[in-house]
Design a protein around this ligand. Structure first.
Ligand code: FES
Ligand SMILES: [Fe+2]
Length: 430
């Protein structure tokens, strides 16, 4: 890969081709429940400083961080029934960014209505699945995908938000990288706990990569699986353009700027079948730290290990220096697709996976390995008898830092005692 190609894939700020492509899709940017305890949140997306707020009518807005008047920070502003008011001299803006109040001018020369000619940048926002989504591309916006899991019931959903200090594209390449699972999460996880010399995890024997309407799938056969397993017949989803979908959980890698990525996880866990039907009152959002109090990187949980790998590739991985192997066929496929899609939007065409027709946007299905068991669920007895299920239902394996309050809500929903996650490799000892 040459330098120009690497730039094309990684640079996302205003005026860049990749930024323009990604802005054609709705991006998850926060958890709705973050706004139970705050009304504004400073956010940075695609190199733009913005403020996300929920006003007193419950509507979200995403506007420029700076007030049009004298550039005060609107994340310090006050939400009103409809919109956000600057804390400095009280100018107020609605969801479209239109200035709707200029207290001094409105009082002293109302006939001039100067506010009519003043607006700040604003982007459309919607909520779905307990997430706040933004669309930062040209109008008209496509549909915000109604992925099937967002309407699953009788389950507990949690949202985890982290900021990862590296470029978005190396994070997203991980979504089409099956072999890292064996090494990073199994062998390295074990090495961290037990040192070198432990028995290696079952190795990958065979890989396949395929494209479909909403992304790509990878398929694997390992020493401990066969071609009859759903991880080969169905696979895992690289969700175009910046998501990863594993059946009961989504991960998105949203560009903050060229050098930082917002990681958003949406995780559903079905309540055991022998429990009363569960109705979740509120989807909790929690912040997943990357480092311990002592400043060391947290390496105990699945995505924390991924974060370490991504940041370790460099702030913006230098692909001019890499040597791809045969396990990277999927990575080559998605890079080519990105180059093609950049050209496609330059020609004025709709990019891959855009959902335009609202009639097509109901419970949109994605490939799910083990779809039956995901939809049918398990009894508490089945869960506790099976080491992997027991781990998934009694701890949060993906990221460190789950607050006690969320642990408690989860445990109450599942009717099972929670435990500390001991590492994927710990399973193999049983
Ligand atoms: S700077 Fe915002 S009202 Fe003056
Ligand atoms: Fe991973």
């Amino acid at each position: 890969m040459n330098e120009e190609q690497n730039r094309l894939l990684t640079r996302v700020g205003p005026g860049t081709s990749m930024g323009a492509l990604l802005r054609r899709y709705w991006m998850p940017i926060a958890g709705v429940s973050e706004f139970d305890s705050r009304s504004t949140k400073p956010v940075r997306l695609f190199g733009e400083n913005l403020v996300l707020y929920r006003d007193l009518s419950g509507n979200f807005g995403l506007v420029d961080r700076r007030c049009a008047h004298r550039r005060a920070d609107l994340s310090l502003g006050m939400v009103e029934k409809c919109g956000l008011r600057c804390h400095y001299h009280g100018w107020a803006y609605d969801q479209t960014g239109q200035c709707v109040s200029q207290p001094f001018e409105d009082t002293t020369m109302p006939e001039r209505n100067t506010k009519a000619g003043i607006a700040i940048k604003a982007y459309p926002v919607q909520t779905k699945g307990g997430l706040v989504w933004a669309y930062m591309g040209p109008a008209p916006a496509p549909q915000l995908p109604d992925w099937e899991p967002f309407s699953w019931d009788n389950g507990f959903v949690q949202v985890v938000v982290s900021e990862v200090p590296c470029n978005w594209f190396q994070c997203q390449e991980n979504s089409i990288d099956p072999v890292h699972f064996e090494w990073m999460h199994e062998n390295w996880g074990k090495h961290l706990r037990e040192g070198t010399g432990a028995a290696p995890a079952p190795t990958h024997l065979k890989l396949a990569f395929e494209e479909f309407e909403y992304g790509f799938v990878y398929k694997r056969v390992k020493e401990d699986t066969t071609e009859a397993d759903s991880i080969w017949t169905v696979g895992r989803v690289f969700l175009w353009p910046n998501g990863f979908f594993l059946g009961e959980h989504f991960e998105w890698r949203v560009p903050i700027d060229d050098e930082n990525t917002l990681s958003i996880t949406w995780k559903y866990t079905r309540v055991p079948n022998d429990r009363p039907r569960y109705v979740q009152q509120c989807i909790p959002t929690w912040h997943g730290p990357l480092k311990n109090a002592d400043g060391n990187w947290i390496d105990t949980h699945v995505m924390n290990q991924d974060f370490i790998a991504w940041v370790g590739q460099g702030t913006i991985a230098d692909r001019t220096e890499e040597r791809l192997g045969t396990s990277d066929r999927g990575i080559v496929m998605v890079r080519r697709r990105f180059f093609d899609e950049i050209e496609r939007i330059a020609r004025g065409e709709l990019p891959k996976g855009s959902i335009i027709d609202p009639a097509k946007n109901t419970r949109v299905e994605l490939p799910i390995a083990d779809r039956e068991s995901v939809l049918e669920g398990y009894t508490s007895g089945q869960i506790m008898a099976h080491p992997f299920l027991r781990m998934m239902f009694t701890s949060y394996v993906f990221q460190a830092g789950q607050p006690d309050s969320v642990k408690q809500q989860f445990s109450d929903a599942m009717g099972l005692e929670t435990q500390e996650f001991a590492g994927l490799d710990a399973l193999r000892k049983r």
